[in-house]
Design a protein around this ligand. Structure first.
Ligand SMILES: NC(=O)c1ccc[n+]([C@@H]2O[C@H](COP(=O)([O-])OP(=O)(O)OC[C@H]3O[C@@H](n4cnc5c(N)ncnc54)[C@H](OP(=O)(O)O)[C@@H]3O)[C@@H](O)[C@H]2O)c1
Length: 423
């Protein structure tokens, strides 16, 4: 690293890359004073060097050829291009050349983090990825630096801003999923292809990374319970609200006697639960430590500047810290069974159908005879005679669900309930 100047390369100059340049420019004086070095962006890899960009950069900095970044004698590379292919190969080549890497790419870390962490250790370079989980919330640094004595029994949170925005609007404005998705796309909160967000992949990658830090291991991605929000209806949200619950896409990792469980799924939160208060595109992470108790971190989980904030803080941190080996990432392949959701858990069961045999009395009689306990019930019929019912149950299993469909013509959707700490 040359004295006085840090040479930084960017892989990608889109939303986050643009935010990184803006932040470095606006904070340059402060950063120079605190770090004793000026940060200079010397190369930026893009797909299309002719494209109009939100930030002005000298045309000579832009390149469409990765080799130009590799050759440009950079000290640190900020990877904000996303995806795994060809990003993994690029990051690998940079680490092998002795470059420190800062990345916001949760998919890359969740899928290839184990190899990248080992490689970074081997080459004694920093691999920093605060921006990959919950955007501007510095949750990974908190876990790494300030919660080393506590045993963390569980971590849960709202890790995807797009889905939280959609669910908030669906409830507040009583709109359908499709209507709100369209608005979210127009406002730039959702991608043209929203699958990674709405099907829960994005939150799953972040949860995987959190679990690595909390437990020193994670389940293989294929074993994580993952359900998205694309099949949620206004009916689900209305019945939930009438029963005193709010639906959130909750990512959870927690320890059980059989191993760790990881899940991302639409979950019912009592209205008083702290995570039920997290609205719009905000993110939140809740932790339980054996000494400190419950902690809640909240803030903007995505967007140009919140994400750039995490990237530039990582950059500033690694410039002041000597290299120390990263904890090795491990996949716990022994915990397959632990990934299954518990049937005994209290859940909100949503039933919908128009079959004449499906009267509320008959359905309740069937469930009680099958040993399912029901603590709350809300029933609605619309003008077309469609029954919609919400039941707070415990003991409902997949066999009961199948019988409700075959014998009563009901579609069944079961949502786990995240109990409040005090309940
Ligand atoms: N956006 C957020 O709020 C946010 C929050 C947290 C984490 N992240 C993560 O940050 C990363 C970047 O996200 P973003 O929203 O900034 O993406 P983006 O706006 O789509 O920008 C991607 C950038 O990478 C370049 N690029 C993509 N593939 C390339 C390739 N094969 N070769 C060369 N250049 C390539 C693009 O070039 P062109 O400009 O020429 O197309 C573009 O400049 C992703 O990993 C994302 O998950 C994003």
């Amino acid at each position: 690293m040359s004295v006085g100047v840090v040479r930084v390369g960017l892989l990608g100059l889109g939303t986050v890359g643009g935010g990184v340049i803006k932040t470095i420019r606006s904070q340059q004086e402060k950063l120079s004073l605190r770090l004793g070095k000026r940060i200079e962006i010397v190369k930026a890899l893009v797909r299309d060097s002719e494209k109009e960009r939100a930030v002005h950069v000298e045309p000579s900095i832009l390149t469409t050829n990765f080799e130009d970044v590799l050759k440009s004698d950079v000290d640190i590379v900020v990877e904000v291009m996303g995806g795994v292919d060809p990003t993994y190969d690029y990051v690998r080549a940079l680490i092998e050349k002795g470059c420190h890497v800062v990345t916001a790419n949760k998919e890359l870390l969740a899928k290839r983090g184990t190899e990248l962490v080992e490689l970074a250790n081997q080459h004694q370079v920093h691999l920093a990825y605060e921006a990959s989980v919950a955007g501007g919330i510095p949750i990974l640094s908190v876990l790494r630096q300030f919660l080393r004595t506590n045993d963390i029994s569980g971590v849960r949170g709202i890790l995807n801003g797009t889905t939280n925005f959609i669910l908030t609007k669906m409830e507040a404005e009583q709109l359908s999923y499709q209507e709100v998705l369209k608005q979210a796309q127009e406002l730039g909160y959702a991608e043209a292809d929203p699958r990674s967000d709405v099907e829960g992949f994005d939150a799953m990658y972040k949860l995987y990374i959190l679990a690595q830090l909390v437990y020193g291991e994670s389940l293989p991605l294929a074993d994580v319970v993952r359900k998205g929000i694309s099949d949620l209806s206004a009916g689900h949200i209305r019945i939930a609200s009438e029963l005193g619950y709010r639906i959130k896409l909750i990512a959870q990792a927690y320890q059980t006697d059989e191993g760790i469980r990881l899940s991302v799924q639409p979950t019912m939160l009592p209205l008083g639960h702290p995570l039920a208060q997290i609205q719009d595109a905000f993110n939140a992470v809740q932790l339980s430590g054996n000494i400190v108790g419950d902690l809640l971190f909240t803030g903007r989980g995505a967007g140009e500047l919140p994400t750039a904030s995490a990237v530039v803080e990582d950059l500033a941190y690694l410039l002041t810290q000597p290299f120390t080996p990263h904890p090795v990432w491990r996949e716990n392949t022994a915990s397959h069974l632990a990934a299954q959701p518990e049937a005994s858990q209290r859940s909100l069961c949503y039933l919908e159908g128009s079959c004449p045999s499906a009267t509320p009395d008959r359905v309740l009689h069937f469930l009680r005879a099958a040993g399912v306990s029901i603590s709350k019930l809300k029933v609605q019929f619309d003008l077309g005679g469609v029954l919609r019912a919400g039941l707070i149950t415990s003991g409902l299993n997949e066999e009961h669900e199948a019988l409700l469909t075959s014998d009563f013509g009901l579609s069944v959707r079961r949502f786990p309930i995240l109990e409040s700490a005090e309940s």
